[in-house]
Design a protein around this ligand. Structure first.
Ligand code: NI
Length: 272
């Protein structure tokens, strides 16, 4: 059962590493350096449709003490998002975004509604919405490609379902990397490709948050039609937070940086 936060994050982690081999590899390499890996946040993606909308997913965490720390809007990608934090600093922040399906062509809305109806038909509620897999049947390749034409986010969500899109290593908790640039150089030397959309480092100390991420792993995928292809699954993010003028560590997110981080799962990274 996934009715405690630890059990829920354990289940989310298992589903995430099942399609993201680079994540346990990076964690293991950090531990081998003597580092303690803490999760700054996880990110979830969804459609703005019942019963899986942003507010419904946020309520899963609010029931365990998380509260909203910020709201965000992504103009071009047509996403709304919210971040939530817990008073226990060892529990990760949660960043949840939802696709505004009514802003897309009819075939996108129809696909999103069909996938979401499948979830509704299962009667899943609460944490099971996130941890019962697969969320819905795998689409055929033509459906995936049609979604890709208008929204990388929609295509990813249709294929991978409700799961943690990324876990984020807290750079503040690391002791052997003085800067995020040092960490990025080490990741590159270890053979991990970084998302360079908008520069490898998104954000600045003045914005109180610096972030970087790997490019999503590419996983052999079998579509419903039988076609097979490697598709981008999930990625690993790194976040370094800075205190504000009152000495309070920044707890939210920076929209412009998050906008670029989303592109870590693009099928053609750096194309947009
Ligand atoms: Ni993130």
């Amino acid at each position: 059962m996934t009715h405690t936060p630890d059990a829920l994050f354990d289940a989310l982690w298992r589903d995430y590493v099942a399609v993201t081999p680079s994540a346990p590899a990076i964690h293991a390499k950090l531990r081998a350096r003597g580092e303690r890996v803490l999760n700054d946040h996880i990110a979830l993606r969804t459609f703005d449709l019942d019963p899986i909308g942003l507010d419904t997913l946020a309520a899963i965490f609010e029931a365990h003490g998380w509260t909203t720390s910020g709201t965000y809007f992504f103009e071009t990608k047509r996403l709304r998002a919210r971040s939530l934090s817990h008073p226990d600093p060892t529990l990760p922040r949660v960043f949840i975004s939802e696709l505004i399906t009514s802003d897309f062509p009819l075939y996108v809305r129809a696909t999103a509604e069909a996938l979401t109806r499948h979830i509704a038909s299962t009667g899943r509620t609460g944490p099971d919405l996130l941890t019962a897999h697969p969320s819905w049947p795998t689409p055929d390749a033509a459906t995936y490609d049609a979604l890709l034409n208008v929204s990388e986010y929609a295509a990813w969500l249709a294929l991978y379902g409700l799961r943690a899109n990324h876990f984020t290593v807290s750079v503040n908790a690391l002791t052997t990397f003085p800067t995020l640039a040092d960490l990025n150089a080490w990741l590159t030397a270890e053979g991990f490709a970084l998302n360079t959309s908008g520069g490898a480092i998104k954000g600045t100390p003045a914005a109180l948050l610096e972030q970087s991420s790997t490019l999503a792993d590419r996983i052999p995928t079998r579509f419903a039609c039988g076609a097979t292809r490697d598709t981008p699954s999930c990625y690993v993010e790194f976040a370094r937070r800075y205190p504000d003028s009152d000495g309070t560590l920044f707890d939210g997110f920076v929209t412009q940086s998050a906008d670029k981080i989303f592109e870590s799962t693009d099928t053609k990274p750096g194309a947009s």
